[in-house]
Design a protein around this ligand. Sequence first.
Ligand SMILES: [Zn+2]
Ligand SMILES: [Zn+2]
Length: 882
Amino acid sequence: MPDRELPKGYEPKQVEDKWISFWEEEKTFSPKVEEVKKPYSIVIPPPNVTGTLHMGHALNITLQDILCRFHRQIGYDVLWVPGTDHAGIATQNVVEKALAKEGKTRQDLGRDKFIDRVWEWKEEYGGKILNQVRKLGASVDWTRLRFTMDEGLSKAVREVFVHLYEEGLIYKGDYIINWCPRCHTALADLEVEYLDIDGGLYYLRYPLKDESGEVIIATTRPETMLGDTAVAVNPKDERYSHLIGKKVVLPLVNREIPIIGDAYVDMEFGTGCLKVTPAHDVNDFELGRKHKLESVRVIDDWGKMTEDAGEFAGLDRFECRKKIVDVLKQKGFLVKQEPYKHSVGHCYRCNTVIEPYVSKQWFVKVGPLAKRARDAVAEGKTKIYPEQWTKTYFEWLDNIRDWCISRQIWWGHRIPAWTCEECGKLSVSRQDLTSCPNCGSEKIWQEEDVLDTWFSSALWPFSTLGWPEKTKELEIFYPTSALVTGFDILFFWVARMMMMGLHFMKDVPFKDVYIHALVRDAKGQKMSKSKGNVIDPLVIIEKYGTDALRFTLTAFAAMGRDIKLSEERIEGYRHFINKIWNAARFALMNLEDNCDYDLEMVVGLPHEWILHRLEEVKQKVKDSILSYNFNEAAQSLYQFVWHEFCDWYLELIKPALYGEQKEKKNIAQTCLRQVLGEILILLHPIIPFVTQEIWTYLPEVKQKNLAKLGFPPFRPEFVKPEVQIQMEFLQGVISGVRNIKAELGISLGTKLSLWGRVKEKNDLDFLLSHQQYIETLARLNDVHLDTDLKEPEGAAVFVVKGYEFFVPVKDVVDIEAELKRLAKELNKIQKDLNIVEKKLSNDSFLNKAPKAVVEKERAKKAELEDKKVKLEFLYDKLKRLK
Ligand SMILES: [Zn+2]
Ligand SMILES: [Zn+2]
């Protein structure tokens, strides 16, 4: 016989570690592929290998874990694949920083040695975030841990690259890109952060070649004038249209450049004349293409001025800006300068000002891929929750530009393309090349660039399942069931997985996408180190336990709404975990092993009521999780466990548990065992640890591993709405007495008596037969109930279901206080009445609201009026008694 006495307090730490190891040893979360009948799969959004767990991860992991544990319960074979992302730039930065401490750069080491260093770093520190995921209780299959740079995934990357190249969907071309001169790499449009900067607007004088005059041009980046190859005006602009076709002489450089006309030019900005620098501005690049303009590069990839910058060559771009303004001023080309606030692109990693410039880069031609990704969502093959994100997804795909996939760093998948020095041919290959496939020369060199990190993570849903091999896993678990992610990577990641999945697997990568909200601080502000408002999940886990954190995040995970988190809230839910523990502790002290546990024989109001409510909660939990309304599942369980099971049910059955009547006791034990057991199962997906711990103490447990247990069966025969109504009546009477005691400052233990005038025979009989509960829970000496009786003198009163109840308090309290209490109560009734009346006199409410809702309001009004009349009457009476 197991020791069924739970320790006094719940100690999360030991319990959590114990069960994490248990589940891993039991291989609870590793599905046997051969035996899978009903697959359900999720791939984890791979955290950066450089990362540490933050609240966003904690929410993300918790929600996925709920989905996985719940689907196991309802009979699915669940596979949740864990892994990490190699995080190109981020990881390279970390290792470069470590090298800097040794006084070295990556160039000092050379490419191969540097990459070895990164791998060493990964082996040593790369497991940190996974350990933290593990601590959260994530029911992932650790035997299938993947890394975007591991052998299989690298093979998938290579296959996809070569395949797309062969199809003409990958090309190398000139392009204006966002460039970070510090990180020395190209950045995707979305990796550029726009910040408002206090800069200057400089008005420059460009003389006409024919000396008939000049044009004045306003610019925020005067140093780029050295690379100007045209001046553009709007053909509709009457000030300048006659100049189109003429030439100006570029100051300092003395280059003759044309004045061109293009409707793109904004007549309102500056002077209406635009300098065109195709090599250093995104829009100018497009203009340059359209008008076949020359491109002159004056800033190099380290942010320094090039030879083409003449006397300014070698200067840093910002030093050059100062200097060139001085020179222009001296020579009379600067008309004026004024302060100007404008938005400037910055590197999202290092905050350096982005320098757009033209270079040779690799691209994915996304047009055809994007169309299919769009269609799949439009056709409902993949559903996005909450639905509002669908619009954002479409907008992004409709405005998509070709995807620049090359990055000028070393850590990542190196582009598998080789150029021959002899014949100049570029070859892309699945295997590493040592000689030119065209001419056989061994003088070939591989591209230096690596692929954008998002390229490999775009393949994640199928590469992790073994693609390009034709694996059983792919056959069974692809498409995956759901993707849970934050909205910030809807574009970077989700849309690209859609493109790649549809292209290579001919099917969507996931059926559902659930976009969860941000975790903010209590005031709704974004958490950030600089604000000092970060709540660290690891500190919270240490302090309150994982379950308290998980429950809090779940309870606030309302669809489409940001989570406002505070430590007090987590502390509050830690109380809930303790409440469960204490309730279970009480239950276990009153359960027996050799009790005849047969649910069929359970009769009696409290039992039938709690079983009825259990059925409702079960349904609610199931519906809520299946529709991704996680907060509703958590909140209905919270309400049920705390305010129904603990506050009422356990109190109602105490007399039976403590009593001598064997049958009554047996019934109470049976029902208690059943309800507690199912509560643990229902709570398990949200708070796996405390539930699993308590579970093993329950009598009659055949399956010790709660994670393997099925969802409790639905029992329609236990659904009894009439019992619910009866229970509410009983609760009303008990609460009525309790409220009077509380409001008049009488201690709850003070025994009083209750008098009730219950006109309807049925209701009277009901109360009489449950008088025991009223006496016990309301702590009463005696109860007098009849269809008619004279109210006792000096009594406090309350009304339930239209019946008056009296609690004589003359001896324990002064009448004055009771009069005050009644006045307060009447005041409240009047306020409620005003609200209802206002509603019912509103035509639009009456026309628009469903009939049942209107009826309910009317009934509420009638009840309030009735209560008001009765209490007013009693108030007057009491006043006269004084
Ligand atoms: Zn940077
Ligand atoms: Zn060759």
